[in-house]
Design a binder for this molecule. Structure first.
Ligand code: F3S
Length: 114
């Protein structure tokens, strides 16, 4: 993704749990949905379908996942943190909620499959 979105400040949590009815999918990254608006590097949107993280809130604090769903994605120039937990193995999620529960600014929302 390339753009010139540099005029952003950190967004306070929590993630909006009803974001899917308010945002549109702006694209995908390695098969993972990205919900806009997106204006890199300062505005990155919400990533994922079941394992969802608001990258504009995330401060890249810790690693909690027992099944290694995430890998770090470098996001230089983002006002909240310059790396984000990319849910590349979203399909491996066991819905333990560890990541959602541990996140200080509450940027994570897990949607369990029906
Ligand atoms: Fe899934 Fe988060 Fe647990 S990605 S496996 S709910 S730590």
């Amino acid at each position: 993704m390339t753009a010139n979105g540099t005029n952003y400040s950190k967004v306070d949590g929590p993630i909006d749990p009803s974001f899917k009815s308010k945002r549109q999918v702006a694209g995908t990254f390695q098969g993972i949905k990205v919900w806009g608006p997106v204006d890199p590097p300062g505005q990155l949107g919400i990533w994922g379908t079941e394992v969802t993280v608001d990258f504009d809130i995330c401060v890249a604090c810790t690693e909690a996942c027992p099944v290694n769903v995430y890998e770090w994605l470098n996001t230089p120039g983002h006002p909240a943190s310059e790396k984000k937990p990319f849910m590349i193995r979203e399909k491996d999620c066991i819905f333990c909620m560890a990541c959602e529960n541990v996140c200080p600014p509450q940027c994570v929302k897990i949607f369990q499959k029906g």
